[in-house]
Write a protein that binds this ligand. Structure first.
Ligand code: AMP
Length: 530
């Protein structure tokens, strides 16, 4: 760590910054009065955000926080989140944005694992305070709303000068940590360096084209790399970032229009929920320039509908928290297909930026030829430093040549576009045949009576495993009339027999985690007893 010199370095390859905290320093220097954040009834300029994160950094330093100490934030998207993100960085500490939807025992598990010095609780999170304060090593619990026995954020930081403490973290040091969303097993801490973060933004920035007139909305949480990436890009480019947390799809449609949002990032299910509302068809989408999506499969029918309704650019990203978000992108021009390229809408795009991507046969490690399925591997500036305190799991995830083994099943076409199939462990083996749930799901989603569907393997005496469909009926008459025989019949007309569900369950909603990912493990527990 060195003292911050005048001016800001750039990467050797010309990308704009190497330190997370430089984002706010840079925008405050370029456009101090520009709007950084919009909260309901409040606007925060870049100069104000720079100053408040400086105060936060100084409050940490006054508490004796040391380089590399962790500072957690648990709360919805808010201005306080950025004080923690940039302020911890400016103090040489590591911000850890945590999932605010977790239950108290899950929160405690992460706090005990990451051992923070300071924990900041956003509005409505005060109930976690007492248990967190009792965790050894936690020196202070700070709340945004006043709470008995805990430190009030504004009182604590207002005593501090608003000048930058002038600490510059090494770009190779851990800049931020996220916990895996945990669709399987216990969440793991993922250490991302300044270089990882910087590298992860270079490509999306070239596709997204933010400017000072842009208004960005991330109705996905900032504790996940997708929302985090959008927030950083907006802050870096001097765009305004909305700190509004819409309550449901109707509210989201309203917020998009009322604030004339130009850029948004959404998970596919939320796009679908918005399109399911009739008011999406009559809305004013003239301000909307770009919607980014990813994190989970996007049904082609939803993508086509979204293109018709919103009429904006679309960008898909594929990546993992371990790869600091997107490494492959389906660019706006990829969405404007011709009959020769229309199949690309089923892909997640191709690798861009300074990363490499391969698909290998997981048994032999050899590269698969185009069209053959295997495991997706990624290497490059985006790949995490390591899992926090888990050397064996780090070694299992990143091989000696630096390739991250994603656990995703995929195939590349001859033009380098990546098609995802399934997580390797979600694959069903029925009578010796591989059944890829995503293929069955995409056929069933095309039924007008099906709003959403998940396909899992259930034990079968005869075949080892057989596919089962868990279906959410659509709201119209086709949904009301849908029964198991209709679902199975639809599949049989379109798929090989061994891929067709042998059983169907109807549910009101599929279990999703906080970043919109389907929790197949939970469905397997409920329906397959595993
Ligand atoms: P996370 O670390 O929580 O972001 O989860 C990463 C996982 O999300 C990947 O390993 C994929 O299985 C899935 N994923 C990411 N992007 C996409 C995408 N564009 N389409 C389908 N699945 C995706």
């Amino acid at each position: 760590m060195s003292t911050l010199a005048a001016g800001l370095e750039t990467h050797g390859d010309g990308s704009p910054f190497v330190r997370l905290e430089d984002v706010v320093r840079r925008s405050a220097a370029h456009d101090p009065e520009g709007t950084a954040l919009i909260e309901p009834g409040r606007r925060v300029t870049f100069a104000e955000l720079d100053a408040s994160s400086n105060r936060f950094a100084r409050a940490l330093l006054a508490d004796g926080v040391q380089p590399g100490d962790r500072v957690c934030h648990i709360g919805e998207n808010s201005a306080a989140f950025f004080d923690v993100l940039y302020g911890a960085g400016k103090a040489g500490a590591i911000p850890v944005p945590m999932n605010f939807r977790l239950a108290p025992p899950e929160v405690l598990h992460i706090v005990e694992d990451v051992q923070p010095r300071v924990v900041v609780l956003g509005a409505g999170m005060e109930h976690h305070g007492a248990a967190i304060a009792a965790v050894p090593g936690v020196a202070r619990v700070v709340t945004v709303e006043p709470a008995d026995g805990l430190t009030d954020l504004s009182t604590w930081t207002s005593e501090q000068p608003a000048t930058d403490p002038g600490i510059a973290r090494d770009p190779e040091d851990t800049a931020v940590m996220f916990y895996t969303s945990g669709t399987t097993g216990r969440p793991k801490g993922i250490e991302l360096t300044g270089v990882n973060v910087s590298s992860s933004l270079a490509c999306p920035l070239s596709l997204v084209r933010f400017d000072r007139a842009s208004v960005a909305l991330a109705p996905v949480p900032f504790f996940h790399v997708t929302g985090f990436g959008l927030a950083l890009m907006a802050n870096l480019k001097g765009s305004a970032l909305l700190m509004i947390n819409p309550q449901g799809p109707a509210d989201l449609l309203r917020v998009f229009q009322e604030y004339r949002v130009s850029h948004g990032v959404l998970v596919p299910t939320v796009i679908q929920f918005m399109l399911d509302l009739p008011e999406s068809r009559t809305g004013d989408w003239s301000a909307l320039r770009c919607l980014m999506y990813g994190g989970a499969p996007m049904p082609e029918s939803v993508l086509r509908d979204a293109t018709d309704v919103f009429g904006c650019d679309f960008i898909q990203g594929y990546g993992l928290t371990e790869s600091t978000g997107g490494v492959a992108f389906l660019a706006p021009e990829d969405h404007r297909t011709t009959p020769e390229t229309v199949h690309r809408l089923r892909s997640v795009g191709r690798v861009r930026g300074g990363n490499e991507l391969r698909v290998i046969d997981p048994r032999t490690g050899a590269d698969q030829p185009p069209g053959e399925r295997g495991e997706v591997l990624v290497r490059g500036g985006n790949i995490m430093k390591r899992y926090w305190n888990r050397p064996e799991e780090t070694a299992a995830a990143i091989d000696a040549d630096g390739w991250l083994h994603t656990g995703d099943g995929g195939s590349l076409d001859a033009d380098g576009y990546l098609y995802l199939h399934d997580r390797l462990k979600d694959m069903i083996v029925s009578g010796g045949e591989n059944v890829y749930p995503a293929e069955v799901e995409s056929v069933l989603t095309a039924h007008p009576g099906v709003a959403q569907v998940a396909v899992i393997g259930v034990p079968s005496d005869r075949w080892g495993e057989s596919p089962m469909a868990i279906v959410v009926r659509s709201s119209g008459p086709e949904g009301a009339a849908l029964d198991a025989a209709a679902v199975i019949g639809w599949a049989r007309e379109r798929l090989a027999h061994y891929k067709c569900p042998v059983d169907v369950a109807f549910v009101d909603a599929l279990p999703l985690n906080a970043s919109g990912k389907l929790l197949k493990a939970r469905l397997r527990e409920e329906f397959a007893g595993s």
